[in-house]
Design a protein around this ligand. Sequence first.
Ligand SMILES: Cc1cc2nc3c(=O)[nH]c(=O)nc-3n(C[C@H](O)[C@H](O)[C@H](O)COP(=O)(O)O)c2cc1C
Length: 322
Amino acid sequence: MDPQQAELVLAPIRGITDCHFRSLFQKYFPGFDSAIAPFINPQRYSSFNPKQLKDVLPESNQMLPVVPQLLHTDAQDFLFLAHRLEELGYKEVNWNLGCPAPMVTIKHRGSGLLPFPEQILNFLDQVIPKLAINLSIKTRLGYEKKDELLSLLPSLDDYPITEIIIHGRIGKQLYRGESDPGAFGQCLECSKHSIVYNGDIDSVEKFRNLQIQFPRVHKWMIGRGVLCNPFLAGEIKGLQTDNKLDQLENFHRELYGRYRELLSGSSHLLGRMKQLWTYLSFFFPPQQKSWKKIKKCKTEIQYQRITDDFFSMHHMKPPGLP
Ligand SMILES: Cc1cc2nc3c(=O)[nH]c(=O)nc-3n(C[C@H](O)[C@H](O)[C@H](O)COP(=O)(O)O)c2cc1C
């Protein structure tokens, strides 16, 4: 159970971990072995637009191996896109059975499908025989109740699924409360598949304790924990970083520059950066103070001044860096 041998996967966080983020993150904060891309919006195959695949084009994903994710529940639509992904060279696609957003679950997609096991099996029966690449699943404990996945898992044993990533919350919780390692452990006992742990890994200590609790788990997915402390994956792997603040500042500068070129308009650009700071501000205690100033920025000039001042201030008086 060497922490340095653990396989770490960057979680998909829609609105943040796009291909630009993933590449720069890997450049500045090595530690992850792979990533799952945020889900591709489910659309009918008849309205396919190649732009939908922009985030997973191989040329934009050279730094970190990525598995694309689909949220579709219509087998034909799913297969159509999976085939496009195969043509791009992908060997695996991930099915999202965990999204908790009400707009998604109301359509029985994401975690909203978990109370309907027969629909899940029916989908797999239609998709798997025609799918030329591997299928993995990312899911939660349930939508309404914690035992929905638990009762489904034995029926999944006979399907050729490469792995099942389990986030220890139910859909209705959204991100409230805590991820439940006990319930994750029950799922682990009930499946023959390779199971990946996901949910609330936010420190090396927590990771180590989970590794001791679940020796059968070899792959771990981390999302918000690394957005709050980008060095976490490297720390788990025992990598040393000499000047964390420089790394962080350079990452921020390069990401901002790239989005400035790519995104249309200041509000889009600032919205994107502010979303990142909702997490990154936790790196700089007291979090509240730094976040408030950035949140108030209305123009690019203001944003650049405030973030420049912010990094200079911390260079003079290093924060209680974790
Ligand atoms: C803003 C946001 C967007 C997310 N987008 C996706 C997504 O596109 N696909 C997915 O499977 N999970 C998505 N997730 C869930 C995360 O991948 C992960 O399962 C969850 O945050 C729990 O892991 P963590 O505690 O390590 O962050 C999202 C989570 C957040 C907070």
